[in-house]
Ligand binder design. Structure first.
Ligand code: JD8
Length: 242
């Protein structure tokens, strides 16, 4: 998979070169290119923003700079691409979306700043390619870069060979529609808190049941919306007896 990120703060994307993602890039599982939007400006001030039509606070990112940048970035690789534009007004980014993105050959991220990117940029490219305006959560950030870090990590960990243990992605939160339950490791007792005995029993059936029950309890308490969204056959008799 190839990932391109266009931003006025390339340094914000430095974490993409670290740890798990850095190894994925180093082993060729992932090809990441970060581009400075200002490289496509032509004025001495390298202006990328201007006052909003209709008035209002702040500045809006100018369409012509984005158009020149995205035209060049898209032309640099023949693989079909999906343009992803983080915005608080976007559709929620979910684990299902992460799986969908992991199947893409190429993702191009447009990181906005200020009050966002002139809407005509999204409208223009949506006429010739898939374009997603996504949000990583119901809170307001200062720009799209942090959202790109979140999305790229969520997607990259699903790519074959990126995670040491592929079971991790298959069994993590949301994979079965539930939150992950509690996890424990040594010592057996820490500051008077003991590891639940069932986890030390060696009874794999009882352990699986216990883990499922804790995941159901946690999900019902913290995210009842996920319980409501489960398909009718998702809960078995033992689940319902909880
Ligand atoms: C604050 N400021 C005026 C109001 C509109 C947004 C703007 C800041 N801003 C500019 C570009 C940009 C992109 C993403 C996000 C963003 N915030 N929260 C999310 N879940 C996001 C995503 N994904 C914020 C952005």
């Amino acid at each position: 998979m190839r990932i391109d990120v266009v931003t006025i703060f390339p340094g914000y994307l430095a974490p993409l070169r670290e740890a798990l993602l850095g190894r994925a890039v180093g082993t060729g599982l992932l090809d990441i290119a970060v581009h400075d939007l200002r490289d496509w400006t032509h004025d001495v001030h390298q202006a990328v923003d201007d006052a909003p039509y209709g008035g209002g606070p702040g500045m809006v990112m100018r369409p012509h700079v984005w158009g020149e940048a995205l035209d060049d970035v898209l032309a640099a690789d023949p693989r079909p691409a999906r343009l992803v534009v983080p915005t608080p007004a976007g559709r929620p980014f979910t684990q299902a979306a992460a799986h969908a993105y992991a199947a893409q050959e190429r993702l191009v991220f447009a990181c906005g700043r200020y009050e966002g990117i002139d809407q005509r940029v999204v409208d223009h490219y949506a006429a010739s390619m898939p374009v997603d305006e996504i949000s990583i959560g119901d809170y307001v950030l200062v720009g799209g870069e942090v959202a790109v870090l979140v999305v790229v990590e969520a997607v990259a960990r699903l790519l074959p060979g990126v995670l040491g243990n592929p079971r991790s992605a298959a069994e993590d939160s949301f994979s079965d529609g539930l939150l992950e339950g509690p996890a424990y490791t040594r010592p057996e007792v820490w500051r008077g808190h003991a590891v639940p005995e069932v986890l030390r029993s060696g009874n794999h059936g009882a352990i699986a049941r216990w883990r499922r029950d804790r995941a159901l309890e946690r999900t019902a308490e913290r995210r009842p919306d996920l319980i409501a969204a489960l398909p009718p056959d998702a809960l078995d008799e033992a689940d319902r007896a909880l």
